[in-house]
Design a protein around this ligand. Structure first.
Ligand SMILES: Cc1cc2nc3c(=O)[nH]c(=O)nc-3n(C[C@H](O)[C@H](O)[C@H](O)COP(=O)(O)OP(=O)(O)OC[C@H]3O[C@@H](n4cnc5c(N)ncnc54)[C@H](O)[C@@H]3O)c2cc1C
Length: 302
């Protein structure tokens, strides 16, 4: 039995994925609840140049503001809270937030994204803001073209990222964040790709414009752009606790309609096992919102 106070859908997360889904569902005349902790990855974007339809680029804050304004026009309201529990109940789902508030709906759409693992330095946000540090090569590798670039991460995963960066520059250095020894095979690979290898530095610095590393000899090495590739933390816990299937990186596995392995629980955007991009998040949202609308009883207009 579905309770009368049940909404059609609870959307958890109000980044580009969640807000696009809210827009679609509201325009299908569906009542949704959006719960958001307010820490979208998009807030870190100083200026995006690969967001279709914005030839002059736009900041992540501006994109989020536009998405919120657009969804609000159709009645979407966002509750600022962290969802701390997701349960199956008769007729749908119950979400409890960290303040103890409870929400009920027939379906749940998880759009909680991921969290980047960042270097621990206090200036990281400033360095990302001016492009000295960049976190997404697919997003902004073009802007770093022909610069002196560093990829900073564990040897064996960073070599792949460094290879990717060679599309953009002939000057790419892999700076190890670990003490893994470089074997002959990896050295040969780096040589063939024209990638310089640098052992784990003693420090990472930012002078207000550029980042640099202090090597073990005390010498300083500056770069036009540093890409830390230190991994990310999944934000799929609510679904995992319900038993939803994930890949080896704890990202949710979904079907062609963005439904997880739990009937009625959908997932979109970075939290899903897919390319972490705004265009992908927005595409997921359109697919999931339309699937949810079609799976619910028809809301015939009187
Ligand atoms: C520096 C940087 C630059 C980037 N540049 C680009 C670019 O140029 N082009 C591009 O396509 N992509 C870019 N990206 C990637 C882009 O930001 C992400 O792909 C996009 O934000 C994913 O959207 P999302 O809605 O899935 O997740 P997010 O935008 O991360 O939103 C998730 C939301 O869910 C909330 N949340 C999480 N857990 C809970 C919970 N339990 N309860 C309630 N709310 C919760 C979070 O607080 C957040 O508000 C960039 C990312 C970074 C970090």
């Amino acid at each position: 039995m579905a309770y009368p106070q049940f909404k059609c859908c609870i959307i958890i997360g109000a980044g580009p994925a969640g807000m696009t889904a809210a827009l679609y569902l509201s325009r299908f005349h569906r009542k949704v609840t959006v719960v958001d902790a307010g820490n979208s990855r998009a807030r870190w974007i100083p200026q995006s140049h690969n967001c279709p339809g914005f030839p002059a680029g736009l900041s992540g804050d501006e994109l989020l503001a536009r998405l919120h304004t657009q969804a609000a026009q159709y009645g979407t309201q966002v509750t600022r809270a962290r969802a701390s529990q997701l349960e199956r109940v008769d007729g749908g789902f119950r979400v409890t937030d960290s303040g103890g508030e409870q929400y009920h709906a027939r379906t749940v759409l998880l759009a909680t994204g991921i969290e980047d693992v960042l270097p621990p330095q206090p200036w990281v946000e400033k360095a990302v803001g001016c492009g000295a540090l960049r976190l997404c090569a697919i997003c902004d590798g073009f802007e770093a073209s022909d610069g002196d670039l560093a990829v900073y991460g564990p040897l064996h995963s960073a070599i792949e990222h460094a290879k990717f960066m060679r599309t953009y520059s002939a000057a790419v250095t892999l700076v190890q964040s670990d003490d893994e020894p470089v074997d002959a095979q990896l050295r040969q690979r780096a040589d063939e790709l024209g990638i310089v290898l640098m052992k784990k530095p003693v420090d990472l610095l930012f002078d207000g414009e550029r980042c640099g590393f202090i090597g073990s000899s005390g010498k300083r090495y500056d770069f036009d752009t540093v890409y830390p590739v230190l991994g990310s933390r999944s934000q799929a816990n609510l679904a995992i606790e319900l038993g939803a299937r994930v890949d080896e990186g704890n990202e949710l596995v979904v079907d062609a309609h963005q439904m997880t392995s739990i009937c009625g629980l959908y997932a979109i955007g970075d939290v899903v096992s897919a390319l972490n991009q705004i265009s992908v998040a927005v595409g997921h949202a359109a697919v999931a919102a339309t699937a949810i609308h079609n799976v619910l009883p028809r809301n015939l207009r009187g």
